[in-house]
Design a protein around this ligand. Structure first.
Ligand code: SAM
Ligand code: SF4
Ligand code: SF4
Length: 363
């Protein structure tokens, strides 16, 4: 089968075609890749736009008025997203996460949640948001069938948070949204904090203290070299081991077993019973060996790694009029040939590669 292969970096989109070997009909379903990794998670970017300009994700110097965001007719429609979700579910996907860009900016997002919830009722349906529109939408999202929500929050210090989101957005509005979402039944929430040395690493303990005992779980994320615009340097990364050490000096804690094989965050529990936190160590402790995540970009391109430089246009298949069986075979074939392991190979040189931006591929 021939695919349009999309390479989209910060400033341009290149398209060429590539033939993927025909499906070997002896491949068992659910499909495994070349390292025997299943296809269990699907992240769907529903918009490449965002009202924040987090310096580590969409630096304002690049994502400015001149930036070529996707025109609306390039986006997958809700019907196309649902069609693909059903196909991925049949290949073993158990969790679907809506992301972006800022997913709550996509007009009618509650309707998409309801459509997905009806179409793939046995998959877990979650969403990652910056929280800016969550207070207004939390109850509707819950009613539509959303199971859980992850909110990104990089500091409790208002000045630091406003500087990191570079949109002058105040902390208190995100905290209000977190409380509303928990009350709406989306608890336990996960709270994502990207830690950058010298920027917000001094606020790790405050973050741990605030959410201890709340039932919500903070995940401290190592700053990653996603995309090609965030100026990543290894020196800016605070290793998870250091974060665990710093927290344990104030709040004694110990590692916990994963909830399931391949869980991205390493779980830690507070010894006084005040709950748990997580560490996501994709830089210092690569977890490619257990990576079961596929990503569907805003314009319907399938990526098999967060750090990919090319993807496969499922949208062109969807819009070519072929039936679900053929699209299903295409997905199966792509996954079967997958060999990604970027984080195991990361160097200062690979960090400079023209990788796809996170806001487009979906975080
Ligand atoms: N806009 C939503 C949000 O911020 O939650 C969803 C999309 S965002 C790309 C998804 C997650 O990726 C967020 O938790 C964000 O903090 C994280 N992220 C973005 N850039 C990152 C980077 N360079 N390193 C680590 N995590 C990053
Ligand atoms: Fe927007 Fe989320 Fe990226 Fe921040 S991390 S710029 S909120 S997409
Ligand atoms: Fe998965 Fe790619 Fe991250 Fe490795 S680098 S864990 S293959 S997304």
């Amino acid at each position: 089968m021939t695919f349009r292969i999309i390479s989209r970096t910060d400033d341009r989109t290149d398209t060429k075609t590539l033939a993927i070997p025909a499906l070997d009909r002896s491949i068992s379903s659910p499909v495994l890749d070349t390292r025997r990794r299943g296809l269990h998670d699907l992240r769907i970017s529903v918009t490449d736009r965002c009202n924040f300009r987090c310096t580590y994700c969409m630096p304002r110097s690049v994502f400015n008025e001149a930036y070529p965001f996707l025109p609306h007719d390039e986006l997958l429609t809700f019907e196309e997203i649902v069609r693909l979700a059903k196909i991925f579910r049949a290949h073993g996907v158990e969790k679907i996460r809506l992301t972006g860009g800022e997913p709550l900016l996509r007009h009618g997002i509650e309707k998409l949640v309801a459509m997905l919830s009806a179409a793939v009722p046995d998959a877990e349906l979650t969403l990652t948001t910056n929280g800016s529109a969550l207070k207004a939408k939390a109850h509707a999202l819950k009613a539509a069938g959303l199971n859980r929500v992850t909110v990104s929050l990089d500091s409790l210090d208002d000045a630091t948070f406003r500087a990191m989101n570079d949109a002058d957005f105040p902390v208190q509005r995100v905290l209000d949204a977190i409380h509303t979402a928990a009350a709406a039944g989306l608890a336990p929430l996960k709270i994502n904090m990207v830690v950058r040395r010298g920027i917000n690493d001094g606020h790790i303990i405050d973050m741990a203290r605030y959410f201890r005992g709340s039932g919500n779980i903070v995940r401290f994320i190592e700053f990653m070299d996603v995309g090609a615009t965030n100026g990543w340097k290894m020196d800016d990364v605070v290793p998870s081991a250091e974060i665990a050490r710093r927290i344990s000096e104030v709040f004694p804690c110990a590692p916990l077993n994963p909830n399931y094989a391949g869980e991205v965050a390493k779980r830690w529990r507070y010894l006084d019973g005040a709950g748990e936190f997580g560490l996501i160590s994709s830089v210092t402790e690569a977890f490619c060996g257990a990576c079961t995540r596929a990503r569907l970009s805003t314009d319907g391109t399938l990526y098999t790694c967060l750090f990919a430089q090319k993807g496969y246009s499922l949208k062109s298949l969807l819009r070519s009029g072929i039936d679900d069986t053929e699209i299903s075979e295409a997905v199966q074939s792509i996954w079967h040939h997958r060999a990604d392991n970027y984080s195991e190979l990361r160097t200062a040189e690979t960090a400079k590669q023209k990788k796809v931006e996170m806001s487009y591929i979906g975080g």
